[in-house]
Design a binder for this molecule. Structure first.
Ligand SMILES: Cc1cc2nc3c(=O)[nH]c(=O)nc-3n(C[C@H](O)[C@H](O)[C@H](O)COP(=O)(O)OP(=O)(O)OC[C@H]3O[C@@H](n4cnc5c(N)ncnc54)[C@H](O)[C@@H]3O)c2cc1C
Ligand code: FES
Length: 505
């Protein structure tokens, strides 16, 4: 059934906060550490480094806290859907214990930071649940409870929750938390600036090279630094091959006002692939209910409005919602072995570091990254660094990684031959995007609601795959490593750092 989407197409976190408006880079700057990317990973790392006595410069291509971090569900929890039983099975109990301990320490550090700084960010303690709606998922839930308890996490098995529909069972973690992510991040950004440290917005980084000092080249000038940290979600530097060790996953959120009496206490996520993620946040005189899900590999789906429709339908059926106030989507980098990559860019780099692969659990994992990278730059030992080592042997041969990399190959080659969605400009309707082949070149054509055409090359500026149309966001999305571009070809998301080439209309 097709229904008209309601609600504003903007993240509630962005809509309910002011824009930071830090100046672009306009001078040659020298700092101890340059941090590329102003999401939660970059801003948290910058703050910890500044607190440790370093001068830092955060370089953000657009505006801070408006990437994945401005579009998240913002649950701060060590309950990462179902992960611990798999980690024990795949990596052994010692490594699973390190993952649990590092994320627990990160949860506590975020809470401590909010309290120490008195950050006004709609923070509240909540219990977190991963729930099974049907009995066939109960085995996985019970295995997760056993695994989590073995690792010292605050887990229990329950069959009752505050959700307004029955469940077969759930794993519950007590003493978890949630916040308004942008209120938190804007506070962090203002603490970073000053005493020789900076935040620069509208400053896209093109490259960074290692040396003494390192040199970071941006579209507006250079920065020199003893160390560089790349936190652009997927690293913009290709040397570490992170684009081949991960895949970009896009998912969707809708928000609807709900009275405080009807708002379910707790933070919830379903078990299995077709999960729904549910939480509330204070909103006007009641609460805003957030429902997330419908995840898919970036660029693998054009009819993205259907994702919102599916979430709205769930809200109608399960929560009796009539109207929706918000809808938004974003993407995060999923690591094939479930562990983020945190540390040196490559084995031969000693001054350039990365943090990526948070696999949709970046609130705590970004704090883990910030703690590890701060210790690395200060030359201090860190008990978790080896677990997340960004240069670790990568499971190129797992089923998922083989499938994803074969998929990239298929897109690189196959889309050149088969992606002829329309054969002439006249066939592209108002508000539609399509790929056309003209003189053997593939072009990405968008006709705006007034009928004006925008035509750019369909060849992704990262490694040359053919981009795909995203109808809900009106963007060109690359199915290979998740770069996204506006209809005018401007980069929205890395790893690409250059726009799509303009084509004559
Ligand atoms: C729908 C959704 C729901 C989620 N829910 C949760 C949750 O409930 N709990 C949880 O723990 N995690 C959740 N996550 C995951 C979490 O939001 C992410 O892991 C985290 O926000 C990633 O942070 P980041 O700093 O790595 O990336 P980002 O926030 O994307 O920051 C990267 C920044 O780098 C900038 N950049 C890119 N290229 C350049 C360049 N060339 N030069 C300069 N800057 C550049 C970008 O503009 C961006 O601002 C969710 C993710 C999604 C998509
Ligand atoms: S993002 Fe890598 S080829 Fe497009």
């Amino acid at each position: 059934m097709t229904t008209l989407l309601t609600g504003k197409s903007v993240s509630y976190w962005i809509d309910s906060t002011h824009t930071a408006a830090f100046q672009p880079l306009d001078q040659t700057v020298t700092v101890d550490v340059a941090i590329v990317g102003g999401g939660i990973a970059g801003l948290t790392t910058a703050l910890l480094l500044k607190q440790a006595g370093k001068t830092v410069a955060v370089l953000e291509s657009e505006q801070i806290a408006q990437g994945a971090s401005g579009h998240t569900t913002a649950k701060i929890t060590t309950l990462h859907q179902l992960i611990y039983a798999d980690l024990i099975k795949d990596l052994g109990e010692d490594k699973a214990r390190l993952y649990a301990a590092s994320n627990q320490a990160a949860l506590e550090k975020i809470i401590h930071l909010i309290q120490a700084e008195s950050i006004d960010c709609d923070f509240s303690h909540q219990d977190a649940y991963t729930f099974a709606e049907s009995a066939d998922q109960l085995g996985a839930i019970k295995d997760e409870v056993d695994a989590a308890l073995r690792l010292g996490l605050p887990a229990s098995f329950v069959q009752q929750t505050h959700l307004p529909f029955p469940i077969a069972g759930a794993i519950k973690f007590e003493h978890q938390a949630q916040f308004h992510v942008r209120k938190y991040l804007l506070h962090l950004a203002h603490k970073i600036v000053g005493d020789g440290s900076y935040v620069f917005e509208q400053t896209r980084v093109h490259t960074a090279s290692e040396g003494d000092p390192c040199c970071v080249k941006t579209e507006r000038g250079e920065i020199q630094a003893q160390n560089v940290v790349v936190t652009t979600n997927l690293p913009i530097l290709d040397q570490g091959l992170f684009f081949a060790k991960t895949f970009p996953k896009r998912s969707y959120i809708v928000g609807a006002r709900i009275s405080s009496e009807r708002a379910p206490a707790g933070m919830f996520i379903g078990a299995g692939e077709g999960y729904r993620s549910i939480r509330t946040t204070p909103y006007e005189d009641g609460q805003l209910l957030l429902i997330g899900g419908e995840g898919h590999k970036v660029g693998s789906r054009s009819d993205t409005e259907l994702a919102y429709q599916a979430l709205e339908e769930y809200g109608r059926q399960r929560f009796n919602i009539d109207t929706f106030d918000y809808r938004w989507s974003s993407q995060d980098v999923v690591s094939f072995d479930k562990l983020p990559y945190i540390g040196k860019l490559t084995p031969i780099n000693h001054r350039i570091f990365v943090a990526t692969g948070f696999s949709l659990w970046g609130m705590t994992n970004s704090m883990v990254a910030a703690m590890i990278l701060t210790d690395a730059i200060l030359g201090r030992p860190n008990p978790w660094a080896s677990l997340y080592d960004a240069t670790r042997a990568t499971p190129f041969l797992t089923r998922t990684s083989l499938e994803e990399n074969l998929d990239v190959g298929r897109h690189w080659l196959g889309d050149r031959i088969t992606a002829l969605q329309k054969s002439s400009l006249a066939e592209v309707g108002k508000g539609e995007g399509a790929i056309l082949t003209v003189d053997g070149n593939q072009i990405a054509v968008y006709r705006d609601p007034e009928g004006k055409l925008e035509i750019v090359s369909a060849t992704c500026s990262h490694l040359g795959c053919i981009v795909n149309w995203n109808s809900a966001e009106k963007s060109w999305d690359c199915p290979c490593h998740g770069a996204r571009f506006t209809t005018a070809g401007k980069v929205v998301c890395g790893p690409a750092v250059h726009d799509l080439e303009q084509q004559p209309s």
